[in-house]
Design a protein around this ligand. Structure first.
Ligand SMILES: Cc1cc2nc3c(=O)[nH]c(=O)nc-3n(C[C@H](O)[C@H](O)[C@H](O)COP(=O)(O)O)c2cc1C
Length: 405
């Protein structure tokens, strides 16, 4: 019973927040504080609150399409909080438990110091790179994220389009609100499909075949999550996926709970596409994955949404890079917010990084154009970092630019 009431509460807040999202941000902000206080009063007195009106059972996401002026990607979180319903915002923004991992992702990146080289006579920086045969405008790609319809009415279509317009790669999640075929058609840019396995191999086989047929060029197998990320705030707010935003490909947000190397083999057998293992946090696992023919490693702690207490990915990266020893590309995600973060990850051996939440905030605030603005901003920052550091190509970024003290 309390579950039903809290779901209503989330949806009621959703409707209010969505109405606010159609307004300029300053006005939306005032409305959003109403939304928060309404949600708070219901949460504090669930047993006496009246059921929300039927219309509130429809989640209405922001719809605006606009270019964003972005000072820092970090600014986007506060702006998105103002226009998204509290439950949806908590689902996107929060980390698990005490949020130790989500904090360390940032703290450890900030702890690293860089050392530029001056008077080296380098040409202007070129950010382009190649990753598993895909030509990218920058070594930054979109991480797979589920239920993007919470952020914007265009959902995965807007995010894929914005990423493609920035000239880089979109990873589509199994837990999407739009079909594999719709997302494939939304971007001419490179795209990978992320798989969560079902208990039954039939539906998983079908997803892999559909992704390959639709033109996705690699499969990202996520090994560190089995259900939607739950934080203290999503529990408090009774968050669940709104019924009018179905996960159209997977039909469920709950996935196979017991995974082993036989599952990796199943994917490799079922598709001709290269398989990337996402969620690698130890050199042993990375070594074994390479031995078993995995095409790339994605070092990730799921943006601090999984096991709280896992170290920052930037801390884990060097050991994994050493274990991989250049045999396959290494991608790193979790906590990347700045061009200098990208520079640091590349200097410590990553071939590329993936961006998570900032893409969803850009989507919420400006649709596909908002996503493109996020990439424009972080690319400009990376370009500036390269220029000052004295490197002109992505391949030149190495540990010589890390200050060891
Ligand atoms: C709202 C949200 C949904 C996510 N859904 C998925 C998913 O469906 N599959 C997956 O492999 N990772 C998922 N992730 C994790 C991201 O792929 C990525 O590892 C993480 O967001 C990177 O950290 P960052 O948000 O700090 O950049 C999700 C992350 C967020 C924020």
């Amino acid at each position: 019973m309390s579950h039903v009431l809290s779901r209503r509460e989330f949806l009621a807040a959703a409707a209010t927040g969505a109405a606010a999202s159609a307004l300029p941000i300053s006005v939306a902000s005032a409305q959003a504080s109403n939304t928060e206080s309404t949600a708070g009063s219901i949460a504090g007195n669930a047993s006496t609150s009246a059921p929300a009106p039927a219309a509130a059972d429809i989640y209405v996401a922001p719809t605006g399409e606009r270019e964003l002026v972005i000072g820092s990607l970090d600014d986007l979180e506060a702006q998105a909080r103002k226009i998204l319903p509290p439950g949806a915002f908590a689902y996107i923004a929060s980390g698990a438990d005490n949020q130790v991992t989500i904090r360390s992702n940032r703290e450890e990146l900030d702890r690293i110091r860089l050392l530029p080289r001056y008077l080296v006579g380098k040409p202007a920086p070129d950010l382009s790179t190649t990753l598993l045969g895909e030509k990218l405008s920058m070594p930054i790609i979109t991480a797979p994220m589920g239920a993007q319809g919470l952020a914007h009415e265009s959902a995965e279509i807007g995010a894929a389009r914005g990423t493609g317009e920035a000239g880089t790669l979109y990873t589509m999640s199994t837990a999407a609100n739009r079909t594999i075929e719709e997302v494939a058609a939304a971007t001419r840019g490179p795209k990978w499909f992320q798989i969560y396995l079902h208990d039954d191999r039939g539906p998983s086989r079908e997803l892999l075949q559909r992704a390959e047929a639709a033109g996705f060029t690699a499969i990202v197998f996520t090994i560190d999550a089995f259900a939607p990320g739950a934080s203290d705030d999503t529990v408090r707010l009774g968050f669940s996926f709104p019924p009018n935003l179905p996960l159209v490909n997977s039909k469920t947000p709950f996935f196979k709970r017991s995974l082993g190397w036989d599952d990796v083999e199943f994917i490799q057998r079922t598709t001709r596409l290269p398989v990337i293992l996402k969620g690698v946090v130890s050199p042993e696992l990375a070594r074994e994955a390479v031995k078993r023919g995995v095409a790339a490693i994605q070092v990730s702690n799921h943006g601090g949404r999984g096991l709280d207490g896992i170290p920052a990915t930037i801390t884990l990266l060097p050991g994994i890079v050493e274990a991989v020893d250049g045999r396959v590309p290494v991608i790193m995600d979790s906590g990347i917010r700045r061009g200098t973060d990208v520079f640091k990850a590349l200097a410590l051996g990553a071939d590329a990084v993936a961006l998570g939440r900032p893409v969803l905030y850009g989507l919420a605030l400006g649709g596909s154009r908002g996503v493109k603005s996020v990439y424009d901003r972080i690319a400009a920052e990376l370009q500036r970092a390269m220029l000052i550091a004295g490197v002109s190509t992505i391949d030149e970024i190495n540990s010589d630019y890390i200050y060891e003290g």
